[in-house]
Design a binder for this molecule. Structure first.
Ligand code: DGY
Length: 328
């Protein structure tokens, strides 16, 4: 009998082509609506594998309903939607999709940085709203990117890819991370800084760290107060890392210049969210990795991870290695 796999969304065809010969698939067919929790709770009861997205919360309650579950394959590099400790305790493998999205996400992060610095979306709105009456010396002036100081919080794969892009703009790059990375310092020409120093010296602060209990609200009122009034904050990692209320106040009062946000505490962000009322916020709907090629590759990799796990092989992108080592 083939293992049963629940797929929580319509995913690229390529993933289904890979899975179908080996699994009995139960696919939630919607593209733009997550699987309702009660439906997932029903379907998970006899599932051997779960192919899920960052919009699905895989917590203890769900795992309690899934006695047969052997692997949770998340089609994302981030996995804060999954209670990994709980999965590990039950010997359930958790996998993600790193590497394949690194460059695409770094492209978007840099685009967001440039858009916020040069007021791109605000300027386009201005034009479309018929407000452009004449060229004028200080109209829609922003901040220079070239030659500026960039501070990257979290120098992992995507953070390093952002640092490489910054070299093309002659930027001085600082980074803050839990551990100093001397190899990256040599290869990328970046300099380690304490968080407060990075915040105080940077013209652009880019958040590239995962959301964990330690990074939740890492950037709050105190941290924002350390930034320059001309500084731009960019978050393309996870919403919970920045205290949105404190960010709103800082932007509204001109204590920092602008923000570029691809992620929010609550997603989809409500359209009446205070941050969306500010002209100095460039906001995107969590599209960091959204190129056709990368999303297809992520879908494929998530399928490969799942098939490996179900076949008793160690998946390439296993998050909780303890399970494969028999230490779960
Ligand atoms: C991820 O993979 O974690 C991104 O947020 C979506 O690509």
């Amino acid at each position: 009998m083939k293992p049963k796999v629940v797929v929580t969304r319509k995913v690229p065809d390529r993933a289904i082509e890979l899975l179908a010969p080996h699994c009995e698939l139960d696919v939630w067919p919607e593209e733009e609506a997550p699987i309702p929790r009660e439906v997932l709770e029903r379907k998970i009861r006899d599932a051997d594998g779960l192919y899920c997205l960052l919009t699905d919360t895989v917590d203890r309650t769900l795992l309690d309903l899934a006695p047969r579950l052997r692997i949770i394959s998340n089609m994302a590099v981030g996995y804060n939607n999954i209670d990994v400790a709980e999965a590990t305790r039950r010997n359930i493998m958790v996998t993600n999709t790193p590497d394949v999205l690194t460059e695409t996400t770094a492209d978007l992060t840099f685009a967001l940085l440039m858009a916020a610095a040069r007021r791109i979306t605000e300027a386009e709105r201005f034009l479309r709203d018929g407000k452009w009456k004449t060229w004028s010396p200080m109209l829609l002036t922003g901040q220079d990117v070239y030659g500026a100081t960039l501070g990257i919080i979290g120098l992992g794969r995507i953070g390093s890819a952002v640092a490489r892009r910054a070299r093309g703009y002659d930027m001085r790059v600082l980074y803050h991370a839990t551990r100093r990375n001397e190899q990256a310092e040599r290869e990328l020409g970046v300099r380690y800084a304490g968080l407060d120093e990075l915040l105080a010296e940077s013209d652009f602060v880019v958040i590239m760290t995962p959301l964990t209990p330690q990074t939740r609200n890492l950037i709050g009122a105190r941290e924002l107060a350390l930034m320059k009034p001309t500084a731009v904050l960019v978050n393309a990692a996870r919403g919970g890392i920045v205290d949105e209320r404190a960010l709103y106040d800082a932007l509204k009062e001109g204590r920092i210049w602008a923000a570029g946000l691809d992620v929010f505490e609550e997603e989809p962000v409500p359209t009446d969210h205070p941050l969306l009322s500010l002209p100095n916020v460039t906001a995107l709907p969590h599209i960091g990795s959204a190129s056709v090629r990368t999303r297809t590759r992520m879908a494929e990799l998530a399928a490969e991870n799942l098939l490996d796990g179900l076949a008793g092989r160690v998946p390439k992108c296993l998050v909780n290695r303890e399970v494969a080592d028999g230490r779960g």
